[in-house]
Design a protein around this ligand. Structure first.
Ligand code: GUN
Ligand code: ZN
Length: 442
């Protein structure tokens, strides 16, 4: 066992967006190994009330620092680190001119390996301890990222990107030489082999990953849905309703479905643990479909602002009550930093605010990138599932050590905070990787 003495931020157990942050000015976080050999939180609370219960446990004194749950990034693309900041008129030209050319490089195992190492470094530097990431359409890229995450103890969900049409040939899933399967069948066989190799190993999880409906045939989506049925605790990840041109394309390719989103439902791809990035241009029936199926939205505000895609409707999501959490969407997104993402979410929510004057408060923003995102991913400790994104007893011991004095302006502004909201807001608005002094996982 080990203990950490500092200020501590965590969240009350909660089923919805009405969140309550807990704050302990002089706190103690006690972590130790559970019966399964995983480092988890044993106790959290005030130093004075807890220290007598742990007289022999060594204490790390972190004066002036804040401990907070490690961040959960619900949607990111590890093959797009180099694509950050590539300007384009919108999603489809951005994919064609920058993203697809870079993803082709991930056919090379060495390229994937060095990219995976940089990517995991960057997540940790920014305080992200759980990530759901796309890989490329090459199985080598999936192995490279899982291998890196395994050795670094990152909680990671990824999977083979499924694309069997409407993309450059180097990125379409390939038939293996000398066997009888076509490329679509091969992509599904490869996905299943990767599930068996990686899902549930250490802190790793597999996601069945149709890139988006326009680059998948009916047969590929159907096969992905069958895999999802066969492996109910595997995740699903894709994109939906990000951009008007994309939506028109998807509607033209799947005219029998009621909407772009319901295309996925029609192929058995909406259920708990299915995560759809963006969900910007949904209608009310779509929102209810999200809720009824238990799927979750990954909200990607820096990406949506950068690519001019639109504004996620936070009020609509809360009114209907479907699950969502925050995500960077690097390289459409402009930063690995959860602070940048939370600030962008605040701007987006302000843009959409109605007469109620509601906008996201900092506790809610922070929750959406930690405990709320974990809940949306189904990593909330219920039913024997792993539990991340919070610092309650039983949570995996993933946390960040924040230094509110990290820059002169942060030091000046945080010292003026009169309450928790003001302190959290100062960090959301002024924070970046400099605020994250250490990231501690498991
Ligand atoms: N839609 C399909 N592929 C992508 C991608 O790589 N990034 C984003 N933002 N949207 C997509
Ligand atoms: Zn994406």
């Amino acid at each position: 066992m080990q203990a950490y003495r500092a200020s501590i931020l965590w969240f009350a157990p909660s089923q919805g967006p009405k969140v309550c942050a807990h704050w302990e000015d002089d706190g103690l976080l006690v972590v130790g190994t559970n019966a399964a050999g995983v480092q988890v939180v044993h106790a959290v609370g005030s130093y004075s009330s807890l220290i007598e219960d742990y007289p022999l446990v060594p204490v790390n004194h972190l004066h002036g620092r804040i401990l907070a749950p490690g961040f959960v990034d619900m949607h990111i693309h590890y093959p797009q680190t180099n694509v950050i900041g590539s300007p384009a008129d919108g999603l489809l030209p951005w994919l064609e001119n920058y993203t697809f050319p870079e993803e082709k490089r991930f056919a090379e195992p060495e390229y994937s390996t060095q990219a995976a190492r940089f990517f995991v470094d960057e997540l940790f530097r920014n305080g992200v301890t759980t990530a759901m990431s796309f890989a490329s359409s090459h199985h080598q890229s999936v192995d490279a990222l899982f291998n890196e995450a395994l050795s670094r103890r990152l909680r990671l969900i990824t999977g083979l990107c499924l694309m069997d049409r409407n993309a450059p040939s180097e990125l379409l899933n390939r038939a293996a030489p000398g066997n009888h399967l076509d490329s679509t069948e091969q992509s599904l066989v490869d996905s299943e082999a990767l599930i068996q190799r990686w899902h549930g190993r250490g802190r790793l999880g597999y996601a069945i990953t149709p890139r988006f409906a326009p680059t998948c045939s009916d047969a590929q989506l159907r096969g992905a849905g069958q895999l999802a049925e066969k492996y109910p605790d595997v995740w699903i990840q894709s994109h939906v309703a990000e951009n008007k041109h994309e939506i028109a394309w998807a509607r033209a390719l799947f005219p029998a479905s009621r909407s772009y989103l319901s295309t996925y439902a029609d192929f058995g791809l909406m259920r708990p643990r299915a995560v759809y990035a963006h969900c910007i241009h949904l209608d009310e029936d779509d929102r209810y479909l999200m809720r009824e199926t238990g799927a979750a939205a990954a909200v990607c505000p820096t990406s949506n602002l950068f690519l001019g895609s639109g504004f996620f409707d936070f009020e609509g999501a809360d009114r209907v009550g479907y699950k969502y959490g925050l995500a960077s969407d690097v390289g459409g997104g402009t930063s690995f930093s959860p602070f940048h993402t939370m600030l962008a979410a605040y701007y987006v929510a302000r843009e959409g605010q109605t007469k109620t004057g509601l906008s996201l408060n900092p506790q809610h923003l922070w929750w959406q990138h930690t405990a709320g995102a974990a809940q949306a991913l189904g990593l909330d400790g219920t039913g024997g599932k792993p539990w991340v994104g919070n610092l309650l007893p039983g949570c995996e011991a993933d946390f960040v050590v924040l230094n509110p004095q990290a820059t002169p302006l942060l030091a000046r502004k945080t010292s003026l905070a009169a309450n928790l909201d003001e302190l959290l807001f100062a960090m959301v608005v002024l924070g970046d990787d400099r605020l994250v002094e250490q990231t501690i996982v498991a």
